[in-house]
Design a binder for this molecule. Structure first.
Ligand SMILES: Nc1nc2c(ncn2[C@@H]2O[C@H](COP(=O)(O)OP(=O)(O)O)[C@@H](O)[C@H]2O)c(=O)[nH]1
Ligand SMILES: [Mg+2]
Length: 200
């Protein structure tokens, strides 16, 4: 099954984007397969509201396990299944908590094999602090250019500071495609869908 991985720093809106984008594609209830850091797979079915309430949070590192959403999309006359993978937030250095370190390692392994990578950035946070890019972004940008099928989502475009953030993101990641999105309003989802359909 084709796999799209959603990556980025904690709090960028990865989980919010994953849930709203799946809803945009027409899914009312979402079947998650959670991979715990111990390697166990737990399945759960949640409504969009329940998923958002339990998984989206302003507290960083709420998502410590991989959450895969198995989705089906109409392509031409047929249907194709693909997996949307919400991952643990990536940060520089070695995180003091063991379960977060394990979740990050697990995320990296799955990202490596993904058919498409969506890198979510909080454009509003960048707009407020334009020096917020670090080694993580530099490394991801060069890796993204080398691998291809790597798309940047300048998220939280519904917030005023995001406009300046978008410009900074476009200039920093000048060799990669950038789509302005809002997990809150659905801005940019149509464009993201086009990329996803291309790899199915
Ligand atoms: N205004 C706004 N807030 C967002 C957006 N996407 C996510 N958030 C908020 O940002 C916080 C972190 O979101 P979450 O999806 O848990 O981030 P994750 O750590 O990357 O998975 C939550 O409080 C969300 O409600 C967006 O597009 N616009
Ligand atoms: Mg999350």
């Amino acid at each position: 099954m084709r796999r799209t991985a959603v990556i980025g720093r904690p709090n960028a809106g990865k989980t919010a984007f994953t849930i709203s984008f799946a809803t945009y594609l027409g899914f009312q209830s979402l079947r998650f397969v959670k991979q715990t850091v111990e390697g166990e797979a737990v399945e759960l079915e949640l409504s969009q509201e329940a998923a958002a309430a339990s998984l989206v949070s302003p507290t960083p590192h709420k998502t410590t396990s991989i959450q895969a959403l198995e989705l089906e999309c109409a392509v031409g006359k047929g249907k194709r299944q693909f997996e949307l993978l919400d991952t643990c937030g990536l940060v520089e250095g070695i995180h003091p908590e063991r379960n977060i370190r394990l979740a990050m390692a697990q995320s990296l392994q799955l990202i490596k094999d993904a058919d498409l990578v969506l890198h979510v950035i909080d454009a509003a946070a960048v707009g407020r602090n334009q020096d917020s890019f670090g080694v993580l972004e530099e490394e991801l940008a060069s890796w993204g250019e080398a691998r291809g099928n790597y798309l940047l989502l300048a998220n939280k475009m519904d917030l005023p500071a995001a406009r300046a953030g978008l410009a900074a993101i476009q200039s920093f990641f000048s060799a990669l495609p950038v789509i302005a999105t809002s997990a809150r309003t659905g801005q940019g989802f149509k464009e993201v869908k086009k990329y996803v359909l291309r790899i199915l």
